[in-house]
Design a protein around this ligand. Sequence first.
Ligand SMILES: [Zn+2]
Length: 211
Amino acid sequence: MVAFLSAKAGMPLPVADYSQLLVEGDEAQEAATYSVLGSDALPRQPDDPSQDWAIVHELTHQWWGNLITCETLKDFWLNEGITTFMTAAWKQHRYGRAAYEAELNEARSRFEKARAMGFDKPLAWNGTYPTLGVRRAIQYSKGALFMAQLRVTLGDAAFWSGLRRYTRDHAGGTVTSIDLKRAMEEASGRDLRPLFAEWVFGEGLSEGQSQ
Ligand SMILES: [Zn+2]
């Protein structure tokens, strides 16, 4: 997992020592230099692609979340959407394309539930979410789906190049959604305003506001 994530980030694991602490229960929480994982969140069978999400998700936060941190909680999706997407990307690498699709389908069904409740917000929406589940449906699930959409739109080469650029350029610092947009635009040579307006900033925002 470390080798895969390092290659995709274009940067090695940012800490010299990293541990995962096993505790009882369903804990799954990243911290600087370690993560806490509950035994309920761990795989019960070897090589089951549905079961290793917590291990890779919390490890992924060493790059996206800790090394690079959203400037305010308005852009929390940058921590969690990218990490949820990278969990799917790991599954594709480790288990194959069907495992990637299955992870994205899980995100899609969570997002659809929030939509069915009449709650679809742009990723960088700054309002108050009614429940933790709905907030996660947007910031984690919709965020992951947006990253998957960017990957399809740009193609693998430009997409991964853009992610490496974003990661290297902002390592040790804080980010907003504009930083991701700029890195992806520079890597692909494309104008991504329409896509980011649709998914991230909301159609109603003018460019001035979204910038
Ligand atoms: Zn997370």
